[in-house]
Design a protein around this ligand. Sequence first.
Ligand code: UT7
Length: 337
Amino acid sequence: MTRPNGSFGVDIIGSGSGLPDTRLTNADLEKVMDTSDEWITKRTGIKERRKADIANGELSSTLAIKALNAALEDAGITKDDLDMILVATMTPDMPTPSVACVVARKIGAGNIAAIDINGACSGFIYTISMANAMIQAGPYKTIAVIGADTLTRYVDYSTEGRTSAILFGDAAAALILRRNDDTSRGLIAHRMHTDGEGSKHLYIPSSEFDIPEDSEYRVEMCNRVQMNGQAVFKFAVSKFQQVIGDTLADAGLTADDVDHFVCHQANSRILDSARDRFGIPSEKLLINIDRYGNTVAASAPLVFTELAKSGRIKPGNKVMFLAFGAGLTWGSSLWQL
Ligand code: UT7
């Protein structure tokens, strides 16, 4: 049997989500840009996404707190049991303090460790593996791992920005990890990768100095998502398949051994390609992009939370978290529950 690697076992003892109330449907987008429900549905699988009310203080940190409180309640523990808060985000409320520090202060978590990790859409997948490493290194016993992003604040809701505007939504989702002495449960294998050469395909410039050499600077580009959709699509299809294959090989498993592929939701066609390649049945790869769009670092934990709430996550399951995104980054984290 494939065993988790480490001196301690680690359990995922709770999960929860924090979603804005405001829904942005394809029909809403049709009113502000040249697009259609038919185009968006066919090319991406998205029907609606959520949008944070930034002007009224709905931020990555407030969504993260909502998600964390739900996860703590689900786990049957309180903030006082936490030793560390890790937040995967590329959209902090401000450059500093981190979202994790804001969350720790606002929930009254005292002087515990709290830090953000920016791995864009792959951020949560990196962070959950890093949380395992912190538990193995000690002395941390209980860690909240949160994915929280409000990328809609960097989206151009005009026809010029339509390629990315239709994709992104805001959300947070949290998992609680806890150390135990039974080493039969926990992280089995993981992968973390980057390809900086591909960074020009997906970025948010702050100034002219951030523009790739082969692109022409326009002031309107600043603080707006710049994406070469086709290049990212090609990268995603190939790396998703490669990282699934590599992680299974590392673990000595086949796709049939995995109960749930908990995937970053970027485009239902990208997920379908992975399903076809490995013969993964639809009940093992939940797609919820129709309701939330691409929620960046919140995407995979949001899928896990939905599976857990509906009773589909069972003790003994093997779960592979997967994502790809800006950086370019991609990775996996395979867990024995
Ligand atoms: O987490 C990582 C984040 N990013 C991604 O995962 C993005 C991956 N890429 C994709 O999902 C797809 O490339 C998109 C959904 C973004 C775009 O789909 P596509 O099939 O690659 O479309 P395209 O960019 O090749 O554009 C095809 C046509 C173009 O028109 P022409 O030149 O053929 O006349 C676009 O101008 O579709 C047009 N188009 C749109 N039409 C209606 C582009 N965006 C839209 C839109 N509504 N929103």
